[in-house]
Design a protein around this ligand. Structure first.
Ligand code: AHR
Length: 334
C-alpha cells in the first residue's frame, strides 16, 4: 500500500499511459462493431464502389447518379469500372478492403461466385451494400442490404402487355428475345418474368433467345442472325433499350419497319429508348430506374452509423406506351 502511494513519477506516467491505451483499445473494438473497417476518424465516410462497366445508356446514367450523390452527401468515393468482368470486380473489392474503406458498394456483374470475397469484407468488418443487381449467396449476412429493381416484375410487365395486345391472335406469334449479359440477375430474372407472363397465351412462342450482352453492338449483331434464320418474326423482346436500339438498325437494314412489322418491347426507359418509343419504333417499355445514387449514400451513412436498414429496398418504377413516352420525354433526365 505504502509503496503504491509513494510511486515514483516515471511509474505514475507509465500507469496513466497504459490506462489511456487500454481505454482507447476498448473504444476501438466498440467502434468496429458499428460497421466500417476504416481506421481514420475524421468523420468523413469513404465508399469503395465497383461498377459493372459502361455497357449501356442506363449504366452511364447510374454512374453519374452515384458520383453526383456522393459529392452532394460529402462522401469520398473511390470508383472502379470493371468492364463487365467479375474478376475485375473481385480485385477492386479486395483493394477496397486493403485500403480500409468505410463501406463497399457494388453492382455485381453476375449473380454467382461472390461468397469468398464477401466473407473477406465481413471478416475485415467492412459493410457491403448491393446496388442495382443482387447475388445468389445463401448467407444473407454477407451484405447489409440490396437496393434495386425487381427484374422479374419488369419482365412480367413486358409479357403482360404483349398478352393483352395479342389476345385476339388466332395463330402463332413468333417472339425473339435479346437477353442481357449471361449470368446477370437482370438477364435471368427478366427472362423468367416474361416467360411466366406469356404462358397465359399458348399462341405466344419464343422461337429464338440469345445474349446481346446489354450493348447496342450486341443487339444489332444478334438481331441480324435472328432475321436471317427466321423468316417470320412478329415480336422482339429486348432486355434493355440499348440492345433494342441496335436491333432497330438490323431490322431496318432487312427492309422491315420496326414498331409495325415487328412489335418491339424493351426495358429501361432511357432517353434514346423513350425517343424510339415516342417515334413509334418501339411499342412498349418497362422502366428500370438508374437513379440510385441518393438512396445509396443515405444507406451508407446509416450503415456506417450502425443503424438498422431494411434487407431489401425496391426501386419504384412504371411502364410507358408511345403516348406516355411523348408526354414524359421533355422532362426525362437521362
Ligand atoms: O442492371 C441493370 C441493367 O444493366 C440495365 O437494364 C441495363 O441497361 C444495364 O446494362
Amino acid at each position: 500500500m505504502g509503496k503504491m502511494r509513494t510511486q515514483s513519477a516515471p511509474w505514475r506516467a507509465a500507469a496513466v499511459l497504459a490506462s489511456v491505451l487500454l481505454v482507447g483499445g476498448v473504444a476501438a473494438c466498440g467502434n468496429s462493431d458499428t460497421g466500417g473497417g476504416g481506421t481514420k476518424d475524421d468523420g468523413k465516410i469513404t465508399m469503395g464502389f465497383s461498377q459493372v462497366g459502361a455497357e449501356s445508356g442506363w449504366r452511364t446514367a447510374n454512374t453519374i447518379s452515384i458520383k453526383e450523390a456522393a459529392t452532394a452527401a460529402g462522401i469520398e468515393l473511390k470508383f472502379d469500372d470493371a468492364q463487365q468482368k467479375q474478376e475485375n470486380q473481385i480485385k477492386a473489392i479486395r483493394n477496397y478492403i486493403q485500403q480500409k474503406v468505410d463501406v463497399i458498394a457494388f453492382s455485381p456483374v453476375v449473380e454467382s461466385g461472390w461468397d469468398t470475397v464477401l466473407k473477406e469484407a465481413k471478416d475485415a468488418n467492412i459493410p457491403v451494400i448491393l446496388t442495382d443487381r443482387s447475388v445468389d449467396s445463401a448467407d444473407k449476412s454477407l451484405y447489409k442490404t440490396f437496393l434495386g429493381s425487381d427484374f422479374v416484375k419488369e419482365g412480367k410487365l413486358a409479357g403482360e402487355w404483349l398478352v393483352e395486345q395479342k389476345k385476339t391472335a388466332s395463330g402463332p406469334v413468333n417472339i425473339v428475345e435479346l437477353q442481357g449479359s449471361t449470368g446477370a440477375a437482370p438477364a435471368n430474372d427478366r427472362k423468367k418474368g416474361f416467360a411466366e407472363a406469356i404462358a397465359a397465351n399458348p399462341n405466344l412462342k419464343v422461337i429464338a433467345s440469345q445474349t446481346g450482352d446489354f450493348t447496342r453492338a450486341g443487339g444489332k449483331q444478334v438481331m441480324e442472325q435472328f432475321l436471317k434464320a427466321n423468316p417470320k418474326i412478329d415480336v422482339l423482346f429486348a432486355h434493355n433499350d440499348d440492345m433494342g436500339l441496335g436491333a432497330l438498325e438490323a431490322i431496318t437494314a432487312a427492309g422491315k419497319v420496326p414498331g409495325k412489322d415487328i412489335t418491339i418491347i424493351t426495358i429501361d426507359a432511357v432517353k434514346d429508348g423513350m425517343q424510339a418509343l415516342a417515334d413509334g419504333k418501339f411499342n412498349f417499355i418497362a422502366e428500370c430506374s438508374p437513379l440510385l445514387g441518393p438512396q445509396l449514400m443515405d444507406l451508407a451513412k446509416k450503415v456506417k452509423a450502425g443503424e438498422e436498414v431494411p434487407a431489401r429496398i425496391e426501386t419504384q418504377e412504371t411502364t410507358f406506351t408511345t403516348e406516355q413516352a411523348k408526354e414524359a420525354l421533355p422532362n426525362r433526365k437521362y
